[in-house]
Design a binder for this molecule. Structure first.
Ligand code: NAP
Ligand code: MG
Length: 472
């Protein structure tokens, strides 16, 4: 049982101004696994004051000083990887191999990327008699979700630190444990007082105060579309910069070629990773109508082959994060049945033999793009297969979405792959499994504003100053 009741403010672990503890539930056991404190506006005020005070010195540090700090964080992060993995399994039910592998690894990857970008970044460029300077924007409020907790936290914290910003992190209540350990890592690495602060609590309290605060210069938010809209409104009066990474309903286009069955198998299994709780998950699988029978056979076998169970056991998929998410997903599966989608794997209820824990069956429907299950983000292990007649129609279906976060293409005809990739209106496309920490990540349309990852993510935390007539 973890007791993480303090906040990290101004370089110290401090008690909340008003004590208010909440339980953290392990979704695999439905039992209490930890306790955290829920902060109040008074805690945010202390954290913002600390971040403001620290900004005057941290923003003036040299590249070398910040690189030294990031490298110390790397050392401390490496020491705590197993602790982070264990906490992620406990709080959100990720299988231990996934938690210790990709979950923790993504955080380490963003740290290494921040180092590489900082090493190369020119903060001043000379254009004739004008010097263009890139300066840290100021105090940043970082508001994160629970589904890839280290990824989403580290992709904000490390560029913010690297650019010379100071920050207040508001972690998700559902993944508060790993955030606490990250704060311990930053403390052990010697982050100067006030540069990084963390206040736990509810989004509607802590997040709202941060979004409206006149001394907060920027909000970087990852989460759902409705909350993103609310933050934008709350931030409007103080004209702060708002970065939004929101939801998705990404299309995975499988082209018509000899590897079709293999690609359908990979896409179906991929959808079930992290229990389908990935903003960029390929949740609409677009396949040639002429080969639907083969597709159904491959997808059914792939979904039924995904083992589900105890995240500390040897299973591919654990539970979903909470009872609330479980119920939302069940409602969507019911909705799919009601609107006449054809169920080819999974369905309602828990998988056979699992009576406790928020486990969902890997579920696959064959449907159409106008169905609710094809339009709305389900955020669970539910795939919708949609047929197309030719590649042009596939692109049309892919783009017929309010979202525009990710896209996937599997195919062997590389000219066709490239042409399809160029026409998809999304912030990222993964072609035959590509991956790159330096590639910008973010959304078109209602999937968000701004970009994270690599140097594009770094620039989000910078202001631009023109100094004209500057003696050079
Ligand atoms: P969420 O409900 O939007 O919550 C995200 C964060 O915002 C949490 O820390 C939450 O606090 C906080 N929050 C809630 N209400 C707030 C308010 N009024 N003002 C400020 N902050 C507030 O999202 P979620 O359920 O955690 O995560 C799932 C969603 O995130 C999905 O839609 C998914 O697609 C999206 N997502 C997007 C990306 C991306 O990069 N595009 C990545 C991952 C997830 P609490 O602790 O109180 O909940
Ligand atoms: Mg939520």
């Amino acid at each position: 049982m973890r007791e993480y009741l303090k906040f990290y403010i101004d370089g110290h672990w401090v008690d909340p101004v008003e004590p208010h503890a909440a339980e953290v539930i392990n979704p695999a056991t439905e039992e209490v696994t930890g306790r955290i404190s829920l902060g109040s506006p008074a805690d945010v005020e202390e954290a913002v004051a600390a971040a403001c005070k620290a900004f005057s010195s941290w923003s003036q540090t040299s590249k070398a000083e910040r690189l030294d700090l990031l490298k110390s964080i790397q050392t401390e992060y490496a020491k705590r990887q197993a602790d982070l993995g264990e906490a992620i399994t406990e709080e959100m039910g990720a299988p231990a191999s996934l938690a210790n592998g990709f979950h923790v690894g993504l955080g380490a990857g963003h740290l290494q990327t921040a180092i590489e970008v900082l090493e190369r970044f020119e903060f001043e460029e000379v254009r004739g008699a004008t010097v263009i300077r890139h300066e840290p924007i100021g105090v940043c409020g970082l508001i994160t979700p629970w589904n890839w907790p280290m990824n989403q936290t580290c992709v904000k914290v490390f560029p913010a630190l690297a650019t010379g910003c100071t920050m207040i992190l508001k972690p998700p209540q559902l993944a508060a444990l790993s955030a606490h350990i990250l704060a311990e890592i930053l403390d052990a690495a010697g982050v100067p007082a006030g540069v990084f602060n963390m206040v736990q609590g509810s989004g509607s309290v802590i997040g709202t105060v941060l979004s409206k605060h006149q001394d907060v210069d920027m909000i970087s938010f990852t989460g759902s579309e409705p909350v993103g809209v609310q933050i934008q409104k709350d931030a409007a009066e103080t004209v702060k910069r708002v970065g939004l990474e929101l939801g998705g309903k990404s299309a995975w286009i499988v082209l018509d070629d000899e590897k079709l069955a293999e690609h359908v198998t990979g896409a179906t299994a991929g959808m079930m990773g992290n229990s389908g709780q990935t903003c960029s998950a390929g949740s609409r699988l677009l396949v040639p109508n002429s080969r639907m029978a083969e597709v159904i056979e491959a997808a059914t076998a792939a979904a039924n082959g995904v083992t589900v169970g105890d995240p500390n056991g040897n299973f591919a998929m654990g539970p979903v994060v909470s009872k609330g998410q479980y119920n939302i997903i069940q409602d969507y599966i019911q909705k799919g049945l009601d609107e006449g989608a054809k169920l080819i794997a999974g369905g309602l209820g828990r998988p056979e033999g699992l009576d406790k824990g928020w486990y969902v069956k890997p579920t696959v429907f064959v449907g159409t793009n106008d169905m609710v299950i094809a339009r709305e983000e389900i955020f669970g292990p539910v795939l919708v297969i949609i047929g197309y007649d030719d590649a042009d129609q596939a692109v049309g279906i892919a783009n017929e979405s309010n979202f525009g976060l990710g896209g996937y293409i599997s195919g062997t005809d590389l000219d066709l792959v490239r042409s399809v990739a160029r026409r998809m209106r999304t912030g990222a496309i993964w072609i035959n499994g590509g991956f790159d920490f330096h590639a910008p990540f973010g959304g078109y349309k209602r999937s968000g504003n701004g970009r994270e990852w690599g140097d594009y993510g770094f620039r989000e935390y910078l202001e631009v100053k023109s100094m004209m007539g500057f003696p050079v």
